[in-house]
Design a binder for this molecule. Structure first.
Ligand SMILES: C[S@@+](CC[C@H](N)C(=O)[O-])C[C@H]1O[C@@H](n2cnc3c(N)ncnc32)[C@H](O)[C@@H]1O
Length: 335
């Protein structure tokens, strides 16, 4: 939930106008309505059993209902399902449920099998091979950070006077936080090792008249690529109630609100804080999304990873939904 203080421009009936000043909700207000987004972890799909026969075997034939997410072997449903359905599939109990509009794109989706969901894994980013290109990427980030008086940090930081590192405990989350699987942990560590060697994702920070700094792919990025980690100083949400920084990101929504945490990249951070958000008030803007911002339990601590949700071409701008958790970020004037 990044928040902005900078002035922006919007286009109303073809005329460019400065945006009205934004009004921010207090952290307490946000916490009251915060939706607990629970992401199913690998374990969930490992445990799915066929409702009919009770077995979790043959997961390549175990269909997942697109409404209730329960499993059914293709041969256990009556009438049997002979082919993996194109598009949505609803189990006999949910058969009455039909979304009103199904776009052609949706119809092509065939990801209802348990094994497909289990086999999704993060890919490490692919740094640019060309040294000049890498230099250009680093320079673009350095100048954006410098212009905002920010230091570079590719990790979560715990300065004195803010939340201590011991406060970042994923088990405090109100609800379940997805545990980073062992395989994804390898990818995560590989990306961190690359960054330590100075090999960063193929991204360029560019300045846009409407959006300020924003991020573009400087090379092809594959679907499911771990693009970056959202970094910055970690603080208690309660300390930031009056902070209207545009880049704060919820890290932990604890049962005890006083223990909830945010990442504040207002003194240090990395490229993640420059990635643009979509306008949530325009459904067609969802098509722009090519990155997901996911919270994970990584060795007991919460971390936020930005992951490509589809193949991204060189030159494409990166977008994710700032309202992934709270649904209240004011994006109505976003372009
Ligand atoms: C997390 S910051 C992103 C970096 C920011 N553009 C900068 O220059 O520092 C979020 C702010 O970027 C701007 N922004 C992000 N996405 C936008 C969009 N789609 N349209 C307009 N402004 C956008 C808004 O000012 C927003 O408050």
């Amino acid at each position: 939930m990044p928040m902005d203080t900078k002035s922006q421009i919007c286009t109303v009936d073809g005329v460019q106008e400065p945006l009205p000043p934004k009004r921010f909700r207090s952290m307490r207000e946000i916490m009251k309505v915060a939706e607990q987004v629970v992401i199913r972890d690998d374990d969930y799909y490992n445990q799915v059993m066929c409702v009919e026969c009770g077995s979790g075997d043959r997961d390549e034939q175990l269909l997942l209902c697109d409404k209730c997410d329960r499993g059914y072997h293709m041969v256990c449903v009556k009438p049997i399902v002979v082919r993996v359905p194109m598009g949505h599939w609803y189990c006999p109990n949910c058969a009455d449920y039909r979304p009103r509009v199904q776009s052609m794109q949706r119809k092509r989706r065939t990801s209802t099998l348990v094994y497909r969901k289990k086999n999704r894994r993060l890919l490490p980013y692919n740094p640019s091979k060309d040294i000049d290109q890498r230099l250009q990427q680093m320079t673009s980030l350095a100048s954006a950070l410098t212009s905002l008086n920010l230091a570079f940090s590719n990790d979560l930081t715990y300065p004195p006077g803010m939340a201590p590192e011991s406060a970042n405990r994923a088990d405090l989350e109100n609800g379940k936080m997805q545990v980073l699987s062992k395989r994804d942990m390898e990818t995560y560590k590989q990306c961190r090792a690359m960054a330590k060697r100075g090999e960063y994702p193929p991204l360029l920070v560019v300045f846009d008249h409407y959006q300020g700094y924003t991020v573009e792919a400087n090379g092809a990025i594959k679907d499911m690529t771990l693009i970056a980690e959202y970094t910055g100083d970690v603080d208690y949400i309660k300390n930031r109630e009056k902070d209207d920084s545009d880049s704060m990101m919820t890290l932990l929504l604890a049962t005890d609100q006083d223990k909830s945490l945010v990442i504040c990249p207002d003194k240090r951070g990395n490229i993640s804080r420059f990635i643009s958000g979509i306008n949530n008030h325009k459904p067609e803007c969802r098509k722009k999304i090519n990155v997901k911002c996911l919270r994970f339990n990584v060795e007991g601590a919460c971390r936020i990873l930005l992951v490509a949700t589809r193949d991204i071409k060189k030159g494409e701008r990166l977008y994710y939904d700032y309202n992934g958790y709270e649904h209240k970020y004011p994006t109505q004037f976003f372009v």
